[in-house]
Design a protein around this ligand. Structure first.
Ligand code: AMP
Length: 407
């Protein structure tokens, strides 16, 4: 679990800004579910035999004996909220986005944390190719706007529960004969699709049967239409028959986002999950969604050489002595009310240090409250470019600064 400060915060804020802007543009409203949920939200919603639930979830028992879990992903909680708040009574579909921390007890490595942040989008209540494509297109556009280079969207179809059953049988048969790692040997019976995600058992994919050959005519037609929608939205994609996502709830099209040419970085993924609402007792409700790993997007932006420009204020407020520092507080309030950003030096002692800060930030104007000015309720406005300065009354400071900034 990591602390967020300094540079990483600047990237986070930039991503948050772009994500919120994109989500709202496409008509998604914000939802933030609690970080702790009843464990059953995930055992039921994500699937008890998935790695996330079986191995990676942080579970705790309350004094009252309830089993709670730190949320490892966002889709199941959003669906829980949809059902809990009877959201099928609203005009459909309902479209949500979220941006928050998630928790998985994974082996730490570069770009993999035990607390990480995700931005997610979910459309619930109405489905179809265009609905799926809209989320892919929104995320693709947002990543492009953030300056991420070489974005690759890999797509596949998981069919529906019926055609996937057929494929699972065929895959199981094939895997039983293949040489697998110890984990995958267990997965073959419980969750054979998960073997296709294994980083160790890559060789078996060469000959493995592909799900697209087993999905039914309707699912194939639906997949084709979704790809046409992606074409229409201008999203390039690659077909990858082995994108199966680790979670049980997907049906129909699934996809993952990658960035970078060499050693592509997995940024996120999603797909359709028409069966999930039923698992929460909410009936047959179509749904689709995706999530991006925020730390990964930061890495991708840094890899692409994206720099975050800090907007420095045009004005710095310096003081000399305790009384002047106290008067700074009053002056700062005047600037806040006028919505004029000022870099403040509250807590800093030497005037020399404060002025050298002004030079570092290249602010064109510095306000200085010296000992005399503090007593007289005046302030000096100094033009940092030529060193010229003028004393004005403190009450006129905002007006005087505005005049100079305009000039
Ligand atoms: P998933 O919910 O597993 O499909 O993950 C979606 C995205 O979240 C991944 O592609 C990563 O970008 C990010 N992600 C998942 N797990 C982690 C983690 N442990 N640390 C950092 N990012 C993660």
């Amino acid at each position: 679990m990591h602390d967020l400060f300094g540079d990483s915060v600047a990237y986070f804020e930039k991503i948050y800004e772009s994500a919120t802007k994109a989500a709202r543009f496409y008509g998604f409203e914000r939802i933030e579910t609690p970080v702790l949920e009843d464990t059953r939200v995930f055992t039921r919603g994500v699937g008890a035999s998935t790695d996330i639930v079986e191995k990676e979830m942080y579970n705790l028992k309350t004094k009252g004996g309830n089993s709670l879990s730190l949320r490892p992903e966002g889709t199941a909680p959003v669906m829980r909220a949809y059902v809990e708040h009877d959201m099928y009574t609203r005009p459909q579909p309902v479209k949500f986005f979220y941006f928050g921390p998630f928790f998985r007890h994974e082996r730490p490595q570069s770009g993999r944390y035990r607390q990480f942040w995700q931005f997610g989008m979910e459309t619930i209540g109405k489905g179809g190719p265009a609905v799926d494509a809209q989320i892919v297109s929104a995320i693709y556009g947002m990543l492009s706007d953030l300056g991420v280079k070489n974005i690759v969207v890999e797509v596949n179809s998981m069919g529906d529960s019926k055609c996937r059953g057929l494929y699972k049988g065929v895959l199981k048969k094939y895997l039983k004969k293949a040489s697998l790692c110890a984990d995958c040997k267990k997965r073959v019976t419980k969750n054979p699709l998960r073997v296709l995600d294994c980083k160790q058992c890559v060789e078996i994919k060469k000959e493995a049967p592909q799900i697209v050959d087993y999905i039914c005519k309707e699912c194939r037609e639906d997949f084709k239409k979704t790809l046409e929608c992606l074409d229409e939205a201008g999203v390039p994609y690659d077909l990858n028959p082995f994108i199966v996502r680790g979670l049980d709830y997907y049906t129909g099209m699934v996809y993952e986002f990658f960035a970078g040419e060499k050693e592509p970085l997995a940024l996120g993924g999603g797909g359709r999950y028409d069966g999930l609402c039923e698992l929460f007792g909410g009936g047959d409700v179509p749904a689709t969604g995706a999530a991006l790993g925020v730390e990964r997007v930061v890495l991708a932006m840094q890899k692409a050489g994206v720099k975050i420009e800090e907007k420095n204020p045009q004005v710095l407020l310096a003081h000399l002595g305790d009384l002047a520092e106290k008067k700074s507080l009053r002056l700062l309030e005047q600037f806040r009310k006028a919505n004029l950003p000022v870099y403040n030096c509250i807590g800093k002692e030497s005037l020399k240090g404060q002025l050298s800060r002004a030079n570092k930030l290249s602010v064109p104007w510095t306000l200085i409250i010296g000992r005399e000015e503090a007593i007289e309720d005046n302030v000096v406005i100094r033009d940092m470019r030529d060193g010229s300065q003028e004393k004005v009354e403190m009450k006129d400071a905002v007006k005087e600064v505005k005049k100079r900034l305009k000039g």
